[in-house]
Design a protein around this ligand. Structure first.
Ligand code: PHE
Length: 457
């Protein structure tokens, strides 16, 4: 690929881990994970999810790191660099397209977080009845203009960070935002589990009920693992192309996987104990954190309105920060692609991506209100985009990344990347190869076939 000589790297190993963790930790952990867990019956879903993280997530993350760092090119160019003249480049292009589509609808929800930061800070979430929280969210998300305003603000901030570049934009912002995010998530989980009656929520998270497990649960857990770990669309391989020689791929993947899983479980520990404590059902779906949580904070701290206020503001700030580090990584995939492949300046490439994503964002946002009657396969356009990208495109592209590293890339290259060319030991290497060659691709296919109802377990 072009521009190789000008290519920048992250300044430190910690910077690399925090940037990748910033991509992974996002709305997927705090918004999507709790509602998927709630819809799929709690602890049993979490166990299957953890299985997917270990069996597919970590090996595919190391595989994507290998592709990116070895090629020193964005995802769209990495396959082309490593397997020139083959059709593998289409996997890279599909990844870029997937990231672009995800950014479109993801920024809509990211925009909602800003509305809720605003509402929380200006006392708009105080002293309402349960019904009022429902109508507040519905009125807001279904009206045409206000969500679009926040969508534009969110995209503008993302654009600003991207234009600042890899080191001064992505790395620096992750180094500030990620520690803040950890502190907030731990404090809020601490508050939630101290509430009276919180045990029921903790039990819901820790005691599996396997009678709720259907093929759909497996597809849901797999899609969630890919989405939450930012796998399958080349986000992490683009970031890995900025990793220095000394960055340890296995260690970085373990750190990112651990941080991502801990934040998801902590988000569950914020939401479910608090929801059960005030008698709210956990299966409210995507609106869980926008309808249920403000209500929960008000009821839980009814006697201490100041705490309710602080918790609400802190929670939505947490959500906005988490979303921002992820939108930055999604944006970077397409920006780097346009910059490296078509020689646009970074600024111009970023403008094209921002413009395109705003268009998809506007469509996704209107799909929840004015255009909700337009359906694709029974889903509105917002839900259809989520289904297509998270449940189909991410696992399919991730499966190809595993097959590429397991079967196509020269073994000496694969081993060289995980051992930093002989500087490190990687005793897990033989198992890692078996997982990439057989376990991950067969597992992912089996889950698809199972979902289609062609295979009975
Ligand atoms: N992992 C992010 C989250 O959990 C979402 C994301 C998906 C980001 C794919 C990048 C790529 O919110």
């Amino acid at each position: 690929m072009q521009h190789k000589s000008e290519r920048v790297n992250f300044g430190s190993k910690l910077g690399a881990i925090l940037a990748a963790a910033g991509s992974a930790v996002g709305l997927g952990n705090i918004w999507r994970f709790p509602y998927e867990t709630g819809n799929h019956g709690g602890a049993a879903f979490i166990l299957i999810y953890l299985g997917c993280v270990i069996v597919f997530g970590l090996p595919i993350m190391i595989a994507e790191f290998t592709i990116g760092r070895r090629a020193k090119a964005c995802t769209g160019g990495a396959y082309e660099t490593l397997a020139p003249g083959t059709h593998w480049k289409w996997v890279g292009y599909a990844g870029v397209l997937t990231g672009f589509l995800i950014l479109g609808y993801y920024s809509v929800v990211a925009g909602w977080t800003l509305e809720y930061v605003w509402q929380a800070a200006s006392f708009g979430l105080s002293g309402k009845t349960s019904g009022e929280y429902v109508s507040m969210f519905q009125d807001f998300s279904q009206q045409p203009f206000r969500p679009l305003l926040w969508l534009f603000v969110f995209m503008f901030v993302t654009h600003f960070v991207i234009v600042k570049g890899v080191k001064d934009g992505i790395e620096k912002s992750s180094k500030i935002m990620m520690p803040l995010l950890f502190v907030l998530v731990i404090l809020l989980a601490g508050c939630s589990i101290m509430l009276p009656g919180a045990e029921k929520g903790i039990k819901f998270l820790l005691h599996p009920d396997f009678s709720k497990v259907t093929p759909d649960v497996f597809l849901g857990a797999m899609g969630q693992a890919f989405f939450s770990m930012s796998l399958g669309m080349g986000c992490l391989s683009t970031y890995a192309s900025y990793f220095g020689k000394e960055t340890r791929l296995g260690h970085t993947a373990m750190s990112v996987g651990l941080i991502d899983t801990c934040v998801a479980v902590l988000a569950g520990l914020i939401i479910f104990p608090a929801a059960f404590s005030v008698g709210i059902q956990p299966d409210a779906g995507p609106s869980l954190i926008f309808i249920t949580l403000p209500n929960v904070f008000q009821q839980a701290f009814a006697n201490v309105p100041f705490l309710a206020y602080i918790c609400s503001v802190a929670f939505y700030v947490l959500l906005a920060l988490a979303a921002l580090t992820s939108t930055i990584s999604l944006h970077e995939v397409s920006t780097a692609f346009l910059h490296e492949k078509f020689h646009f300046t970074r600024g111009r490439a970023a403008c094209i991506v921002t413009g395109g994503c705003l268009l998809i964002g506007v469509v996704s946002s209107l799909a929840l209100g004015e255009w909700s009657s337009v359906k694709i396969g029974g889903l509105n356009m917002f839900d259809a985009l989520d289904y297509l990208t998270a449940k189909i495109m991410l696992p399919v592209c991730g499966m190809f990344a595993a097959v590429f590293v397991g079967w196509v890339l020269d073994k000496s290259i694969v081993k060289g990347e995980v051992t930093n060319y002989g500087m490190l030991k990687a005793p897990y290497f033989p198992v890692y190869l078996i997982v990439l060659k057989f376990v991950a691709p067969i597992g992912i296919l089996a889950i698809f076939i199972n979902e289609l109802g062609l295979l009975s377990w």
